[in-house]
Each structure stands twice: as C-alpha cells, then as structure tokens.
Design a protein around this ligand. Structure first.
Ligand code: ADP
Ligand code: MG
Length: 469
C-alpha cells in the first residue's frame, strides 16, 4: 500500500485523486458552495506529504482555509494516505492551452461600466436577483410571540413600521431554528406592503460573499458596490459565516457604513452576539453593536405549546391536547424540530388512519426522541476527558497551568463548543470561572493542533466517538 511513499505520484494520479475528493466535497457541501469555492481549485503538486492546491485569489484562499481545508485534507488522506496536510497558494488562473481564457476574465465579454445602463438606481428586479426570495410563510402574523422572543419581535416590527431607522443596525441573534430568518422575512414583507417603492434586499452572508467573489472575477466590483449601496433596507442573515481577514469583510464593512451614513436600514442576524463573532475584526464587531442588539432565547414550554397550537390550526388539523403537551415537553431543541415533529405525527396518522396518541408519537418519533435524550452535557465531557487523560475532575476548574493539565482542559473546552450549544461565557464558567476569551483561545489552539498534531487528533476522535456513541 505504501509502495509509493517517498516518490512523487505523477500529476495525473493526483488529478484523478482530486476528482474523487471533489465529488465527495460536492456531495457534502452542495452545488453552490462547490461552484463558488471548490471548483476553482487546482492541484499544484505534492511536496513531501503536503499537497499543494492553487486558488485564484487571496480572498478565496482565506475562506477555503477556514471552511473547507480540514475536510479536503481528511478526504484526501482517505484516497491517498501519503497526503498528510494541504497547503493553498494563490495563483491567478492561467488560460488553458489551446483555448481562450475563461470568459469572465476577457475584457471583451466582461460587462463594463459603459455597457451598463447609465442610471443611478439599478432596476428593482436586478436587486431582487441579487438577494434571495422571501418565504411567504414567514410573516409577523404567523410568528408566535412569547417571553423568549418578544423583545426581538418588537424590535423587528418597529423597524418594519418606521420610515427612518429607529436603530441601526438591528442585530438579531440566537441559536438555530429559533426564528431569526422568519423575523427578517417578516420585516421584508411588511415593508414591501407598506411602502412598495422602498428597495429591500435580503440575503444570506454566504450569498453576499458569493456575489462579491463573482463581481471580483468579472471585474464588476464597482457595479456591485453601487448596487448594494442603492438599497433602502439591507438584511444579511447568518453573518457568523463572514469570518477571516479578507476583502469581503472589508467590503461588507464599507457597504455597511455607507448605508448607515445614508440613513438606510440594516438588519443583521447571527447565531451569536457581536462580541462572540470571533472571525470579525474588532472595529466591525463594535460597529455591529451600535444599534440595537436583540437576542432570541431558547424556547420555553409555554411558547412551544403556543407554536404547536398555531401550526396545527394552520394545517387545519385537530391535534389532541395531550399530544401537543407531549411534543412541547419532549422536543425542546428548537422550533424547526418541533415543526418537523408535528408534521411527522400528522402525516403518520393520516397515512395509517390511526388516531394521534402519545403512544403513536413515541413510535413515529423514535429517532428524534432518542436524540434529544442523548444531549451531551459539559459535565459529561469533563468526565470523559479526565478519564481519558488520567486526571481528576478538579483539574478542569483548577488554575494549574502545567501542560499536562492545561492541554486536556483545552481539549475539553473545545469539545464543549463542538458538542453542546453552550456559549463561550457559559463554558468558561464551568471551567473554574474562566473568561470567554480564554475559552476562545483554547478552541483556536486545539483547532490548530488538530491539524498539526496526530496525537491530539487521535485523542479528539476517541473522545468524540465515546461521547456521541
Ligand atoms: P433561524 O433562522 O433562527 O435558524 P428560522 O427563522 O428558520 O430559524 O425558524 C425555523 C422554523 O421555525 C421556521 O419554519 C419558522 O417559521 C419557525 N419558527 C421559529 N420561531 C417561530 C415562532 N416564534 N412562531 C412561529 N414559527 C416559528
Ligand atoms: Mg436562519
């Protein structure tokens, strides 16, 4: 199997391996991410056990390093065990022999400023194309308000009902499936209804990046900027995906500032607070919290029950009270799962003709219920780590800094971030009241070591398997 060790496989072998890795990546990350980030990569060669890939721009390099490099490396090691690490170098794409350069790079086909219509305001449909469609189900009317989300709801409604920004930006944050996207779409619908002339654009941070890269490649950055700066309301969803030091962050920031200076409304969402957005530069983070920061808390039993009632009514089905109570008590993770559970129960009942009962729910939702019972806690993680490294539980909270204790503690913090939904400050508290920046440092350290140190990698694999098994 290692017949090739020490010798450089021919480049065609590497390219063939890349084909296999690429197909796996396409399956895992989806077509859009694949086209934007992965397809432009080219195999440069192998340097010892380090595989070198070329990317067209620095910006893409940063993004790939922070999002895909780890996965590319492990897939490649599966295909070819001689590859143990990967490196990315920036090299602008070269024209393929015998063929003209790719179309977007030829000035003749790139859309130049002169060719674009000479108007200040781009047409609305062009803007809409840039954004994403609003989901007709996500309105204020269909949003169930309870203690955990009333503040965010009120803030969103306020933005939607004001002609000048009441606060800027509105920053919504909360865990997955708690209604951030729903509220943003609701703002969009309400504004379109109240003042159809206002230009509203909603898009995911990922799409923002994608548009930006596309504009860069087509040398259309000017149009890109103009287009974004012409909107009245800009909503960018899931900005935790804008991270890394790069030109998009810069562009995002400038667009953001330009719009705020012009009195346009900005709405941002993320899965964590501005302070916890570790991938963003400090000035951007602090700017994001200038307006109003509204968090959506995890659901309560009452809210879950209210949501189930509303959804059942929307679906036009009579769901027995005890079934709703059972679901509200058992499916606690987020609203998306709760909705999914209700849908499954309703369909199972329709399909089998059986009435909806608690017993029937238990059967139809077996896997979901098991998963929610097996939620991993910080305590469990600490116990597993302590056992694995032969330490005492007290070492997790102690101030000792010797590496034999400090490293396992960092591993434990890292696992807490990976396997639980606890925030950095919460994790810090469980480790002897450490600061969230200490936790962040630990996570970064382990992320790095995971790439560089096979021992740590193995420790993590063993521990993850044990905790998740
Ligand atoms: P997030 O963007 O925070 O991950 P979403 O906005 O996509 O979450 O919400 C997930 C699902 O749960 C959506 O179908 C949404 O309509 C629904 N949902 C979330 N919160 C509520 C709520 N308070 N009332 C009604 N539906 C909700
Ligand atoms: Mg969302």
């Amino acid at each position: 199997m290692y017949a090739e060790a020490g010798m450089v496989p021919s480049s065609s072998r590497l390219r063939e391996q890349w084909e296999r890795v690429r197909e796996a990546l396409r399956g895992e990350f989806g077509e859009m991410a694949f086209r934007t980030w992965l397809r432009p990569l080219e195999v440069e060669g192998l340097d010892g056990d380090k595989l070198i890939l070329a990317v067209p721009t620095q910006f893409m390099r940063d993004w790939i390093v922070s999002h895909y490099a780890d996965r590319i490396r492990s897939l490649w090691s599966e295909v070819n065990p001689a590859v143990r690490s990967i490196a990315l170098t920036v090299r602008p794409p070269r024209p393929r022999a015998g063929r003209p350069a790719p179309a977007p790079c030829t000035p003749a086909t790139a859309r130049t400023a002169a060719a674009a219509p000479a108007v200040d305001e781009p047409p609305l449909d062009e803007l809409e194309e840039l954004g994403a469609r609003l989901d007709p189900r996500f309105t204020f009317e269909s949003f169930v308000v309870g203690k955990p989300n009333e503040f965010a709801f009120a803030a969103a409604e306020r933005v939607a009902m004001s002609d000048v920004p009441p606060f800027n930006p509105l920053f919504l944050y909360g865990g997955v499936g708690l209604g951030k996207t729903h509220l943003m779409h609701a703002i969009g619908w309400r504004i379109r209804q109240r003042s159809p002339h206002r230009r509203v654009i909603y898009l995911s941070a990922e799409k923002f990046m994608y548009q930006f890269v596309r504009a860069l490649r087509a040398k259309e950055t000017m149009q890109f900027k103009e287009l974004f700066r012409s909107v009245d309301v800009l909503m960018v969803d899931d900005v935790q995906f804008i991270s890394g030091k790069d030109s998009t962050q810069e562009e995002f920031f400038h667009t953001f500032n330009a719009l705020i200076e012009r009195g346009r409304q900005i709405v941002i969402s993320a899965d964590r607070s501005p302070a916890d957005l570790s991938g963003l530069e400090e000035r951007i983070r602090s700017r994001l919290s200038w307006g109003l920061v509204a968090d959506i808390h995890p659901t309560t039993y009452e809210l879950r029950l209210g949501i189930l009632e509303a959804k059942a009514e929307q679906m036009g089905v009579a769901v027995p009270r005890e079934v709703m109570e059972f679901l509200a008590a058992k499916i606690t993770s987020n609203v998306r799962e709760l909705e999914g559970a209700l849908n499954r129960v309703v369909h199972a009942s329709r399909f089998s003709g059986r009435p909806m009962t608690v017993a029937m729910c238990q059967e139809a939702l077996q896997d979901l219920l098991r998963a929610s019972e097996r939620r991993i806690t910080i305590d469990e993680i600490q116990r597993a780590v302590v056992e694995h490294y032969g330490l005492k539980l007290a070492d997790m909270a102690s101030a000792r800094r010797s590496r034999s204790v400090a490293r396992p503690r960092q591993v434990a913090m890292y696992l807490c971030k990976q396997l639980t939904t606890r925030s950095l400050p919460e994790i810090g508290r469980k480790f002897g009241g450490r600061d969230h920046t200490t936790v962040m440092h630990a996570i970064r350290t382990i992320e790095r070591l995971r790439q560089e140190d096979p021992q740590i990698r193995e420790d993590l694999e063993v521990l993850m398997r044990r905790l998740q098994g």
